[in-house]
Ligand binder design. Structure first.
Ligand code: UDP
Length: 340
């Protein structure tokens, strides 16, 4: 499957990608490479995988201002697509300090270096978690943002910082609010590999692979059609495509973008497990346990704004396709990148 090339993404220098060795970042970088756009990946490898990166690579922590300044001096990036962040709701509740440092303070470092080096365009990963408990589902991009966990709050701070830098310093910014990033590009040798893994799809498929005996479903008494949480799963290749489109818009002069990236289709955890049984041919036993702190009952996107602003619609995001891709990577790489 190929990503459709949006018109005119031909930056005059490289695109800097903090977090480009992470799950979503690595997929975006591979899509940019397919489009022959020069890339520099910056990653501290705290959770990313060096094996997933073919592009020019700088092992730098965004907390290290001197090293970050060196990257800007050496490579002179013309734009930044920023994926480097902590992203676990549960962990953010127990370790908020880590989230404020890595998501807020490190993003401030990045913006300051961009400003110092006259690099004005930034696309970054925001999240549906900035909305909190939705008043309406599907959630429109202009829905009030009242996050209910520290992860969502730090991402909202990032959005506000970008808006303020945009107004004051002429930076052009795109906040892309992901729903549940999922799937992978196994044909590129790319997959999802977190340690520890907390995301539902790799955990469910891990049961099919025999890594664990059953999947714990967090809560069976939510106000949803079968009592389990509803989420909108979006394929990482579609996410990558949306980033390319957002960057193209900024480079073309658009000053501020904020929109949802989701499919508009919600699946309960039980429905997801049932589909995973079909795709893998394995039984996948479940056990319903207590709710997880910080989880909203339903997160489903209204994607109208991304369609209007970016001309973007998901192409590879049917849940069955997502599960097939994830299953394909997992079967070929049962130990993740470590086994490569
Ligand atoms: N979930 C679950 N068991 C798990 C992990 C996740 O029931 O072991 C549920 C979780 O409560 C949520 C959905 O699966 O409703 C997706 O969770 P995930 O952590 O993958 O993504 P999040 O929605 O937190 O971004």
């Amino acid at each position: 499957m190929s990503t459709q090339q949006p018109a005119n993404l031909s930056p005059r220098g490289p695109v800097l990608v903090p977090g480009g060795a992470g799950y979503i970042g690595a997929h975006f970088v591979r899509v940019l490479e397919r489009l022959k756009v020069p890339v520099v990946v910056l990653d501290n490898l705290s959770t990313g995988h060096r094996e997933s990166v073919k592009a020019t690579f700088e092992q730098v922590d965004l907390g290290d201002r001197a090293a970050l300044a060196g990257v800007f001096q050496r490579h002179k990036p013309v734009a930044v697509v920023h994926f480097a962040a902590k992203c676990y709701v549960g962990e953010s509740v127990t370790e908020p300090a880590k989230y404020y440092r890595e998501n807020v303070i490190h993003t401030w470092n990045l913006l300051e270096e961009m400003r110092a080096h006259a690099c004005r365009d930034i696309v970054f990963s925001s999240t549906a978690a900035t909305y909190g408990e939705p008043r309406t589902v599907p959630i429109p991009s202009d829905h009030p943002q009242n996050p209910i966990n520290p992860y969502g709050r730090t991402k909202l701070h990032m959005e506000h910082m970008m808006q303020d830098y945009g107004h004051a310093y002429g930076m052009r910014t795109a906040a892309l609010r992901y729903f549940n990033a999922a799937g992978c590009m196994p044909e590129e040798g790319l997959g999802e590999d977190h340690e520890p893994e907390t995301h539902i799809i790799p955990l469910v498929l891990g049961v099919a692979l025999g890594r664990r005996k059953s999947i714990a479903i967090f809560g069976g008494d939510w106000p949803t059609r079968d009592g389990t949480c509803v989420r909108d799963y979006i394929h990482v290749e579609d996410l990558a495509d949306a980033h390319v489109r957002a960057l193209t818009k900024l480079q073309g002069g658009t000053s501020a973008i904020a929109c949802n990236l989701g499919t508009g289709n919600g699946y309960t955890v039980k429905e997801l497990v049932e589909l995973a049984r079909k795709v893998t041919g394995h039984a996948i036993p479940v056990e319903v346990v207590a709710r997880r702190a910080g989880d909203p009952a339903q997160l489903v996107a209204d994607g109208a704004k991304a369609k209007e602003l970016l001309g973007w619609t998901p192409k590879r995001s049917g849940l069955e396709q997502i599960l097939k891709d994830a299953w394909s990577f997992m079967q070929k790489h049962p130990r993740g990148y470590a086994g490569d």
